[in-house]
Design a binder for this molecule. Structure first.
Ligand code: ATP
Length: 330
């Protein structure tokens, strides 16, 4: 912990107590941590930055608007079933980005199957330098390191395979109405429920390693919605109780480990039909925006064995690789 982390550490320790959603007196909290009342007040002053709403009532103390569920490595491990030995789980209260940190660790030799789940990211990453926003306790933001004997060239289609794992997990949790948008967004009722970011290391001939970052919305706080420039959805919008956070993470990890092992052996081809069955835009009109700003319109016919998009255009069928292309309904 660096000196600049100390105030944040106190904030998180206080939030662990306030997580029950009950009132806690500032005076008692101050005594408990051996600090001045004003220090407690300061530590809790900016919690809206974490997407939280905190009430402060004279004579009663502080109370969070909603209770907070923390991640717990043991509980997650307990839900991994047969994949338990393939995964090594670590939870951090905060980090800039789980992908950035796990990439660093991968470079330093972290084993395949390492999982870094972060309660709150100060600079969550999306594709192409975009930002991923999430509130404390309201999302899952985690990264998984997977090592492959093959080289980077054999990994095309991997990000779509990850989407298949997410579908298996979410449908297994009983979440209705989820689908995929090429190359790898997870949609729920037309809004983005989860994003996937793959960052690879290695060379074309192998071996290679990939850090798979996933952000999934359990409940997006109003304060964050305004900052996201596309339709957003979350599990809280469903007419079912939001499954427990640790359970959701365990089920996601279990399915990821299974699909990644399948992919390492057989590639994307055997998963292609399953992916297409979940594609929200399958056989529907779409527009693609290309890196040079060009728009291409056509019908999404499906994907190739390498995970590239097959688009029927007026000039015939064209193939697009994920790279820097964004797909939208037309
Ligand atoms: P596209 O949606 O155009 O395919 P992308 O796949 O490149 O974009 P990602 O890397 O998956 O995008 O995610 C980054 C984008 O996701 C941001 O630019 C923002 O629009 C959106 N976003 C950021 N945070 C969230 C969130 N919590 N929930 C849903 N969408 C988000």
């Amino acid at each position: 912990m660096s000196a600049t982390d100390a105030p944040r550490q106190l904030t998180f320790s206080l939030l662990r107590i306030l997580a029950d959603g009950e009132f806690h007196s500032g005076e008692v909290l101050a005594r408990q941590f051996g600090v001045a009342r004003a220090t407690v007040n300061n530590a809790l002053r900016d919690v809206e930055n974490y997407g939280l709403t905190l009430y402060s009532v004279r004579g009663r103390g502080y109370r969070l608007a909603r209770p907070l569920q923390w991640l717990d490595a043991e509980t997650i491990r307990g839900g991994l079933g047969a994949e338990r030995d393939a995964l090594h789980i670590e939870i951090l209260e905060y980090a800039t980005s789980s992908n950035a940190l796990l990439l660093q660790r991968a470079f330093q030799g972290a084993p395949g199957g390492s999982v870094l789940a972060v309660e709150w990211q100060s600079a969550g990453r999306g594709r192409l330098g975009r930002t991923w926003f999430s509130g404390l306790g309201d999302a899952l933001t985690f990264s998984l390191l997977w090592r492959f004997e093959s080289g980077l060239a054999a990994l095309s289609g991997l990000s779509l395979a990850v989407g298949v794992a997410m579908m298996r997990a979410l449908t297994g949790l009983g979440v209705p109405g989820v689908g995929l948008k090429w190359p790898n967004d997870v949609l729920l009722n037309d809004g983005k429920l989860a994003g996937i970011l793959l960052e690879a290391q290695g060379d074309m001939l192998g071996p290679s390693s990939v850090v798979i970052g996933i952000g999934l919305n359990l409940a997006v706080p109003e304060t964050l919605r305004g900052r996201i420039d596309q339709a957003v959805s979350d599990l809280a919008s469903l007419e079912m109780p939001v499954p427990e956070r640790n359970l959701v993470l365990a089920v996601l990890l279990k399915n990821l480990a299974k699909v990644l092992s399948e992919f390492a052996e057989h590639g994307f081809a055997p998963l292609r039909a399953e992916w297409e069955s979940h594609h929200v835009f399958q056989m529907r009109p779409v527009k693609l925006s290309l890196p040079d700003g060009l728009l291409v319109v056509g019908t999404a016919m499906g994907v190739t064995d390498e995970g590239a998009l097959r688009l029927a255009t007026e000039q015939g069928e064209k193939i697009f690789h994920a790279g820097e292309v964004s797909l939208r309904g037309a």
